[in-house]
Design a protein around this ligand. Structure first.
Ligand SMILES: NC(=O)c1ccc[n+]([C@@H]2O[C@H](COP(=O)([O-])OP(=O)(O)OC[C@H]3O[C@@H](n4cnc5c(N)ncnc54)[C@H](OP(=O)(O)O)[C@@H]3O)[C@@H](O)[C@H]2O)c1
Length: 281
């Protein structure tokens, strides 16, 4: 138990953030968590409103809380403020963490890569984003590393929850199968999905380790978007036969293969990260 140590979780109202809040509380952390537009009803947690577009307010909040550890999950994937929130906001969080000498774990993404190679990407590979979101996450990584050299930057992949708490990727599969949305799931776009509880447990283990730089933390199974959708359908009680798969259009600029090499994380962590086929199959 970690009685007396304070952890600040940005994006505590989000999918990964909520899992982190619950797990950190259970481990005995004194939890402070932020939301932006939806204040969750998780009790036993100090909730603070945060708008990452306001760098000064972000730094002041961190100074006032003076946490031992910050896990920064908050971001925006699209919209006019994406760069300010996702990249600029990460820089402000890093500045705040430096000011109070807090350990910082920053969440990044596999889409910082262009996805054009055939094998897995290691921590030594240089980011080469091909989407605006990937570029914002790559900028965020640079800002965090420059501002807070002791920070740990964790790149992860599709985060899912399984039958008990399906996340937005799973919800989308259900929407398509149940006729509320239309999509073909690509057979040539590969990811390493990770279950949200496994990722939260890994991040909290890393929170108390002295490790900096970049670390890939994702599931061991490389699956296509199509296979992932079939696994989700199966796990959530739908017929995978209703999932339509096909190749991505040639003119669509998307990172195709974002498989992450996670051997370094596996050598550090005691938490076992399960593959999508094990969790959903
Ligand atoms: N989800 C994935 O599959 C995936 C894959 C790879 C990497 N990641 C990374 O993992 C992290 C967490 O992802 P997630 O899917 O759990 O996120 P999420 O559920 O979309 O949650 C995003 C969080 O950011 C907060 N937020 C939005 N705008 C904000 C602003 N202007 N100021 C402060 N906070 C703001 C939201 O608050 P409100 O809801 O209260 O507005 C929410 O708590 C992200 O850094 C993401 O890049 C995710």
């Amino acid at each position: 138990m970690l009685t007396g140590r304070t952890i600040l979780i940005t994006g505590g109202s989000g999918f990964l953030g909520s899992a982190l809040v619950n797990t950190a509380r259970a481990q005995g952390w004194n939890v402070v968590a932020t939301y932006h537009s939806h204040q969750p009803r998780i009790s036993g947690v100090r909730w603070e409103m945060l708008d990452l577009r306001n760098g000064a307010a972000t730094r002041t909040l961190i100074e006032q809380i003076a946490p031992d550890v910050v896990i920064h999950t908050a971001y925006r994937q699209e919209g006019p403020d994406m760069m300010a929130i996702t990249a600029g906001g990460a820089g402000a969080v890093a500045q705040g963490a430096v000011m109070v000498r807090a350990r910082l774990i920053h969440l990044s993404s596999d889409v910082v890569f262009d996805g054009e190679r055939s094998g897995r990407y290691t921590e030594a590979d240089a980011p080469q984003p091909v989407t605006a979101y990937g570029a914002a996450k790559a900028d965020a990584e640079r800002l965090v590393a420059d501002t807070h050299p002791a920070a740990l930057i964790v790149r992860t992949s599709l985060i899912y929850g399984g039958p008990k708490c399906p996340g937005r990727h799973e919800q989308f599969v259900l929407d398509v199968i149940d006729g509320r949305a239309e999509a073909i799931f690509f057979t040539d776009e590969w990811r390493c999905p990770i279950e949200v509880g496994d990722l939260a447990a890994a991040l909290l283990e890393l929170a108390v380790l002295d490790r900096s730089g970049i670390l890939h933390v994702a599931g061991p199974d490389v699956v296509s978007r199509y296979e992932f959708a079939c696994l989700v359908a199966h796990a959530l009680g739908r017929d995978p036969m209703h999932v339509r798969g096909g190749p991505s259009p040639k003119d669509l600029r998307r990172p195709r293969n974002c498989a992450l090499d996670c051997r370094l994380a596996q050598s550090i962590l005691t938490v076992r990260i399960r593959g999508a086929r094990e969790v959903l199959g």
